[in-house]
Design a protein around this ligand. Structure first.
Ligand code: MTE
Length: 312
């Protein structure tokens, strides 16, 4: 983002070699095809059963290959290909999440206690990065609101703060100087966190999340720029103060607390009016960006009366 202004445009199509290799695996009985997408065939990720959701879009889904090889996860480096290259070394089991702050039931929960398999839903969401590219991702997860309700927020709680793991020995981007101020932090207003579109995701494309996408548990807030969707969460704190957030701390004029997708409010260094579809090929036409990333009917009411140019 800040560090990589001139975003590299890669051709992220599936190559004939990928198709050949996957056909070989299919013949060997280890992989199959769902629709037009290549199914992940690592054999490592566990399959998740999830029910469909009325919140899903039926737009064309970005390929598994693009979703898992074109990533922002600065704990593993600044290049889009670094997370896939290095995130494999992150130990994601066992994993616990601290829920604390203004709640009546604080605690440290194993990820398996937070997300029960019977609750899982598939949510196919548009995902729009502040760098002006977008994807359509079939996430699996549960509403964040369910987890917050179980912790029972006290009357004064107004915000939710999130933190990612700090483990430099497994996250090379956290070593040395010149990176972000770790841990990666994000925050939401409590009503945004409780909104039914906001999920904690533990999977995509029918399997557990790959590490580069934020295993074992990440946030997904589809009407906000992608950097709000914090990965590999270890702490969720309820508070009465607006939390500090990583990119706002780094460049407050460029990245606000709200960061709702808004084609009318440009980033100081580039337009937000349109977006490039990842996997669309270099000659594909840019798409017009929609207010709240197309989720205005569901979420515009959260911001009634607010000046969205000031509260960017
Ligand atoms: N979470 C952590 N902990 N570290 C990060 O660097 N990058 C953010 C967000 N969550 C990031 C993070 C940004 S800038 C984006 S666009 C999305 O993750 C990218 O998610 P994806 O790689 O699954 O597409």
């Amino acid at each position: 983002m800040l560090i990589r202004q001139a975003e590299k445009i890669r051709s992220s199509e599936i190559t004939p070699r990928d198709v050949y290799l996957n056909r070989r695996k299919l013949l060997a009985g280890t992989a199959g095809l769902i629709g037009a997408s290549l199914v992940p065939s690592t054999g490592l990720a566990a399959r998740l059963d999830a029910v469909p959701s009325r919140y899903s879009t039926n737009e064309k889904q970005t390929s598994f290959n693009d979703i898992t090889s074109y990533n922002n996860f600065y704990e593993f480096g600044f290049d889009k290909s670094d997370p896939k290259r290095y995130a494999g070394r992150l130990t994601t089991s066992p994993w616990s999440v601290v829920i604390d702050g203004m709640v009546n039931r604080p605690g440290t929960y194993g990820v398996e206690d937070l997300i029960s398999p019977s609750q899982l839903e598939e949510r196919v969401y548009r995902f729009r990065c502040v760098e002006a590219w977008s994807m359509v991702v079939p996430w699996i997860g549960i509403p964040l609101g369910d987890v917050i309700k179980r912790a029972d927020p006290t009357g004064g709680a107004k915000y939710v703060a999130f933190e990612t793991l700090v483990r430099p020995e497994e996250m090379p981007g956290q070593k040395g100087f010149g990176g972000l101020d770790w841990p990666y932090r994000e925050g939401l207003r409590l009503d945004e966190a409780m909104h039914p579109l906001t999920i904690l995701a533990n999977g995509l494309y029918g399997n557990e999340l790959p590490n580069q996408n934020g295993a074992p548990l990440r946030l997904v807030v589809p009407w906000k720029y992608g950097f709000k969707s914090i990965k590999s969460i270890v702490r969720i704190s309820l508070t009465d103060k607006q939390p500090q957030t990583t990119w706002n701390m780094q460049a407050p004029r460029e990245y606000g607390f709200y960061s709702n997708v808004n084609p009318q409010v440009d980033h100081p260094r580039w337009s937000q009016a349109s977006e490039r579809t990842v996997g669309g090929g270099v000659f594909a036409k840019r798409k017009e960006t929609l207010m709240f990333n197309g989720y205005a009917d569901e979420v515009a009411g959260l911001y009634a009366g607010m000046d969205l140019a000031k509260n960017y």
